[in-house]
Design a protein. Structure first.
Length: 124
C-alpha cells in the first residue's frame, strides 16, 4: 500500500513501476481503490471499491453513485487507499464494511482528522 492523505504524498496513479508512459490499459498495472464517503464529519459513512476513484466519487456527488449515497447525501470523500490487486481491494472493502462504526471513524481520522473532502485533492 502507498502512503496517502492530506499533506502526505498521494499514491501513484497505477501503483506500479511500469515502463509504459500510460499503463492504464495494462490490467496488471491498474490501481484499485477502497474508499469511504461521508455526509459530514461524524455523519453517515459509505464504503466502496473502484478502479476509477475520481470518476466514481464524481458519480456519487452527482447522485448517480448509488441509491444509498443519493438518499443520505453521502458525497464527501474522507478516506481512500490504493491497491494494485483487485482481489485484495475487494477483500479490504468487505473487511471494512464489517468494521464497527467506531473503527471506521478511527481509520478516517487517522488519515483525515477534520474529514476534509479529499475529492478536491484528486487531480490526475
Amino acid at each position: 500500500m502507498a502512503e496517502f492523505g492530506v499533506g502526505v504524498k498521494r499514491p501513484s496513479r497505477f501503483g506500479c513501476s511500469c515502463i509504459f508512459w500510460d499503463c492504464s490499459f495494462n490490467l496488471h498495472c491498474m490501481a484499485y481503490y477502497v474508499y469511504m464517503l461521508a455526509s459530514r464529519k461524524g455523519g453517515t459513512i459509505y464504503t466502496g471499491v473502484t478502479n476509477d476513484l475520481e470518476g466514481r466519487v464524481f458519480d456519487h456527488r452527482e447522485g448517480r453513485g448509488s441509491k444509498f449515497t443519493s438518499k443520505y447525501q453521502v458525497k464527501r470523500l474522507v478516506w481512500y487507499e490504493e491497491h494494485s490487486d483487485v482481489g485484495m481491494a475487494i477483500r479490504r472493502e468487505k473487511n471494512i464494511k464489517k468494521y464497527y462504526r467506531k473503527w471506521k471513524i478511527d481509520l478516517i481520522e487517522e488519515m483525515n482528522p477534520d474529514w476534509f473532502d479529499l475529492y478536491r485533492t484528486l487531480n490526475w
